[in-house]
Write a protein that binds this ligand. Structure first.
Ligand code: SF4
Length: 92
């Protein structure tokens, strides 16, 4: 795999990101169970919500973004879909 930067290095809103300057491999763990170190950094990050929404909008498939792994982001996307469907059904 090519070398990667921490997830948000190229994003303008991320100039205050807590991951700036950290080892990128922290944010690309081999398994979901190895994501705790990245999540701990994200938990202290002032742009955590921006980062999470960016990753969800872009359907990022790799890495921990906004404190969430890919599987966790998929769960968020599915939950939001269900909520939208329920709201649509309730409105009709
Ligand atoms: S939430 Fe995590 S990955 Fe996103 S900018 Fe902050 S520290 Fe980096």
């Amino acid at each position: 795999m090519a070398a990667m930067n921490p997830p948000t290095t190229a994003l303008g809103w991320a100039h205050t990101a807590a991951c700036t300057g950290l080892e990128s491999s922290i944010f690309y763990p081999a398994t979901e169970d190895e994501a705790d170190t990245a999540k701990a950094v994200c938990a202290q990050c002032p742009v955590q919500l921006d980062c999470l929404e960016h990753a969800i909008e872009r359907r990022e498939h790799n890495g921990v973004w906004g404190g969430a792994t890919e599987k966790e982001r998929q769960r968020i996307i599915r939950r939001r879909r269900r909520e939208r469907a329920m709201a649509k059904a309730a409105a009709s």
